[in-house]
Design a protein around this ligand. Structure first.
Ligand SMILES: NC(=O)c1ccc[n+]([C@@H]2O[C@H](COP(=O)([O-])OP(=O)(O)OC[C@H]3O[C@@H](n4cnc5c(N)ncnc54)[C@H](OP(=O)(O)O)[C@@H]3O)[C@@H](O)[C@H]2O)c1
Length: 337
């Protein structure tokens, strides 16, 4: 398979982290997106890389942009607008498809369109390969390893500050779909108003006020784990940051471009009286999405994936614990209990 990785939305905030991460792994990114001027500007920093401009509603341009690439990484959101057309073009090109969607409805569209029973699909499609979505799915898959059935999975996302990008704000406005949780083993509408509770994080965040906030990890987990109840909670202060129109966009505090934002994601899984807790901590939720998606691209290109066809999840497609451990040296601090 061709080792080139097309990054769509390459000049976006997260797209730029992804391009850097792909390069650091010795793979070759192709810079893509809908804005030729923004691509040309980015190309000045990367004069050896190919640049391909195409809008998601221009099938011919998309098909020609994807010619010869092995993996497409879609970083252009809202994914309710870009997910399906980009996934379809990837499959037509014979490439694997990855995206970084936090939107449950966009992820479900791809699961439905590329069901595992489609034997004719050559590539693998993994939406939600990012901080929201894939990271909690990897943690939950690791925590429940060896259990045939799990009673509850609680996911606690602790963020000290959330400086949202324009893409995050636009996605929040666009994503009006009813949020889903898992109850009695099936996806169902999240309770309204969103429940509030406390969570005591193991690290420096300590005791936090949390609000139920289901993201794409819920639909990813529901796709492959046998679990009765799944809930996600987010620090209320982080949600307040995003809802405040005056909160600034992220600014870099180190040479890699990361903001000062600290995060920890804890997953608590219960089966009867047994309980397992696992957490991943790090810096900057946008930046950490890059190693998640690049690790997936690397593993798909080097055939270090489980034998799953069509649309799948990070936890189902790969050895979840091994995947997390691969990121633990540089990007994540893992704790098991
Ligand atoms: N799951 C996660 O943890 C996670 C992490 C990071 C980001 N995300 C998501 O990723 C998306 C991008 O976030 P960001 O932080 O990189 O935002 P950003 O810096 O504002 O970049 C947004 C990118 O998306 C492109 N785009 C938007 N709508 C498009 C469309 N219809 N067709 C083609 N390109 C389009 C933009 O291109 P133009 O400039 O040409 O409009 C730009 O390249 C958002 O949906 C965000 O929620 C999710």
């Amino acid at each position: 398979m061709n080792p080139d990785v097309l990054v769509y939305g390459a000049y976006g905030h997260t797209g730029q982290f992804v391009v850097t991460e792909i390069l650091s792994r010795g793979l070759t990114p192709v810079l893509a997106g809908r804005n030729p001027a923004a691509l040309a500007k980015m190309g000045l920093q990367h004069p050896t890389l190919d640049i391909r401009a195409a809008a998601v509603n221009d099938l011919d341009a998309l098909d020609s942009a994807m010619g010869g690439v092995g993996v497409v990484v879609n970083c252009a959101g809202p994914f309710l607008d870009t997910g399906l057309p980009m996934a379809a073009a990837s499959i037509r090109a014979g490439a694997h498809y990855l995206d970084i969607s936090a939107e449950q409805a966009a992820v479900q569209q791809i699961y439905r369109a590329y069901d595992k029973t489609h034997d004719d699909i050559e590539g693998t499609l993994i939406p939600a390969t990012a901080f929201y979505g894939g990271l909690a799915d990897l943690l939950a898959t690791t925590a429940t390893s060896g259990w045939e059935a799990t009673d509850t999975i609680d996911i606690a996302i602790g963020i000290d500050r959330w400086w949202p990008t324009p893409g995050t704000r636009e996605t929040g406005r666009r994503n009006t779909a009813t949020r889903l949780v898992v109850d009695h083993g099936v996806l169902t509408s999240a309770p309204a108003p969103a429940p509030v509770r406390e969570w005591v994080f193991q690290g420096s965040l300590g005791r936090q006020r949390m609000i139920a906030s289901p993201f794409s990890e819920i639909v990813a987990i529901a796709r492959h784990l046998n679990v009765s109840t799944v809930r996600t909670y987010l620090t209320t202060s982080a949600l307040d940051d995003v809802r405040n129109a005056h909160t600034a966009a992220p600014t870099a505090v180190d040479t890699t471009g990361r903001s000062a934002q600290q995060f920890v994601v804890e997953v608590l899984a219960r089966r009867g009286t047994a309980q397992r807790r696992i957490s991943a901590a790090g810096q900057d939720i946008y930046a950490v999405s890059a190693p998640l998606v690049a690790e997936a691209a690397d593993r798909l290109l080097n055939r270090r994936a489980n034998d799953v066809r069509g649309a799948t999840t990070l936890g189902e497609a790969f050895d979840a614990r091994d995947f997390l451990e691969a990121l633990s040296a540089t990007h994540l601090t893992l704790k098991y209990e």
